[in-house]
Design a binder for this molecule. Structure first.
Ligand SMILES: *Cc1c(COP(=O)(O)O)cnc(C)c1O
Length: 394
């Protein structure tokens, strides 16, 4: 038998990734989620989690999930269309629609799948997509999968979006504007009211990704759409159950016509197994808690305010969310600072190209961070000499 060398390229490709300094590996956390975690034998204050409200380790979510597993089992056993769903699935969708004040909602098995499925259902090869250049991977991949013409506009640049709409819109059947609401690697917000105005003028649909905003932004935690007072405008809201809601899964919220259409046309919903009963029940409980305990969100914003103030002298990227980034000159500096922080008890990852255009340390603030946790992070940053002169970066 001959030798099959068809796989050799994988090793070479991996070596190239390593040489470029882009190689990444996973760290093991040996504790429950929370403000303090056990990372490979070290106890660290956690600034690397999307669990903004501290719900992923909450006893009430654990209990809701456990009860659902006892009643309905661990698996959903098949696609909801083919195998049926549990009452919990619709309960969760109604709770999301109520939080978002939309007619209906549809729960997917992850946020990534919600974006892939809805974008490919809404847009085809004859259509136009306009996308913020810093959009999340799931929006970018979803756009590519449609086979339509995808044009990126400059980050949060309404004038650039308008120019691209005016030059291109008329040549296409449908048009979809795609944007993160809170940008996941920067922490700034999209200019939603302006985007919606342009969408009206140019007869375009808008899909906004509220992954980092759900439970966090807006006076009821409904997201940036609430924050900007745009709940009455026509748009498609996507979000995840796996960040502030402490569970797993994603959703689309919008008109009942839209949701009914997606149930019939979104391949990543139709051809995948329904969300597990445990995850579904945990997310439902999280929405109840978000409704009943606005003080959690208030604590989160107090913590964000404190950290922003304490780091005002450093090169913080503009942010209006729990995501605070310290900009650095190069990947090497970012890695060095991340290691320095870890040596001082702080877990905050370096984010480097190609994920982002320039290197940074990314802090995710949680409602369950205590004052002493935030203080310790500030002290650790202050003791790293090489970044005290980083103010000039912005
Ligand atoms: C995390 C994230 C997603 C994906 O959500 P999952 O539920 O983790 O698959 C989509 N969009 C944005 C902006 C995200 O940050």
């Amino acid at each position: 038998m001959g030798e099959n060398r068809a796989y050799d390229w994988i090793e070479k490709s991996l070596a190239t990734i390593e040489k470029a300094g882009w190689y990444r590996s996973v760290k093991t956390i040996d504790s429950a989620p929370g403000a303090v975690i056990d990372l490979e034998g070290e106890s660290l204050i956690n600034f690397a989690s999307n669990d903004y409200l501290g719900l992923a380790g909450d006893e009430r979510l654990i209990q809701a999930a456990t009860e659902a597993i006892h009643e309905y089992g661990t698996g959903s056993t098949g696609s909801r269309l083919l195998s049926g769903h549990r009452p919990l699935h619709r309960d969760l969708e109604r709770a999301i629609a109520q939080l978002k004040q939309t007619e209906d909602a549809l729960v997917f098995s992850s946020g990534y799948l919600a974006n892939l499925g809805s974008i490919t259902a809404l847009v085809g090869g004859r259509d136009l997509i306009l996308a913020d250049q810093y959009n999340h991977s799931s929006l970018k991949k979803g756009a590519t999968l449609t086979g339509g013409n995808v044009i990126n506009y400059n980050h949060c640049d309404v004038a650039d979006l308008e120019e691209k709409l005016s030059c291109n819109r008329a040549c296409y059947r449908r048009c979809l504007i795609l944007t993160d609401s809170v940008f996941s690697m920067d922490g700034d917000l999209c200019p939603l009211p302006d985007i919606l105005d342009l969408a009206e003028t140019y007869q375009a649909m808008v899909l906004i990704d509220e992954a980092h905003a759900t439970g966090v932004m807006g006076s009821h935690g409904a997201g940036c759409v609430e924050h900007f007072g745009c709940r009455d405008r026509a748009l498609i809201q996507m979000g995840t159950l796996s960040k502030a809601l402490g569970s797993l899964g994603g959703y689309i919220a919008g008109s009942s016509t839209l949701i009914d259409f997606l149930r019939n046309r979104a391949p990543s919903w139709i051809y995948t197994t329904g969300l597990s009963p445990g995850d579904t029940a945990a997310a439902l409980e999280a929405i109840n808690i978000i409704r009943q305990e606005p003080q959690r969100r208030q604590q989160l914003w107090d913590n964000i305010g404190f950290l922003k103030q304490a780091l005002a002298d450093y090169s913080l990227l503009p942010s209006e969310s729990p995501i605070l980034c310290l900009g650095l000159d190069n990947p090497h500096q970012a890695l060095q600072l991340s290691q320095h922080l870890q040596a001082h008890g702080i877990f905050a990852p370096a984010v480097r190209p190609p994920t982002v255009p320039f290197s940074r340390i990314r802090f995710s603030v949680m409602a369950t961070h205590q004052q002493q946790h935030l203080q310790q992070a500030v002290e650790a940053i202050r003791t790293q000499k090489s970044i005290t002169n980083m103010k000039s970066i912005n």
